[in-house]
Design a protein around this ligand. Structure first.
Ligand code: ZN
Length: 126
């Protein structure tokens, strides 16, 4: 039996949730088809827009206090806010998206989560 791999550690490190060794990405945000270390099949990986939602939510919480502080203390024109926070939000978002996507995939892997499908015969979710 394989050693236990923490989905949190493997996810945040962008490593395979099965073995904790192989990378889950083959490019910046594209999932590899399988783990190069253990051969785990990543073809059903589908985090959808969950990682983007959580990254936006986290960034809103992190960015708003300094934005409000700068506005209250300095009262700069709007273009100063755009120049200050626009690039910061884009860079932080890009930096956080990979580990969040990998983390959501690792949690889906750990809990055997699958996309909900409707059963045609009785209309109930299966
Ligand atoms: Zn692996």
């Amino acid at each position: 039996m394989a050693a236990y791999v923490s989905p949190i550690k493997a996810g945040l490190a962008c490593r395979c949730p099965a073995c904790g060794e192989g990378p889950v990405f083959k490019s910046f945000l594209e999932m590899a088809p399988r783990c190069p270390a253990c051969g785990a099949d990543f073809s059903k990986a589908d985090a959808a827009d969950g990682p983007a939602f959580f990254v936006m939510f986290l960034l809103a919480i992190l960015i708003m206090p300094p934005v409000l502080l700068v506005q209250i203390v300095f009262a700069p024109p709007v273009w100063v806010h755009v120049i200050l926070w626009g690039p910061l939000i884009v860079l932080l978002g890009a930096w956080l998206l990979r580990p969040f996507k990998s983390l959501m995939f690792a949690l889906q892997w750990k809990h055997n989560a699958e996309e909900v499908r409707w059963n045609d015969s009785d209309g109930s979710a299966s």
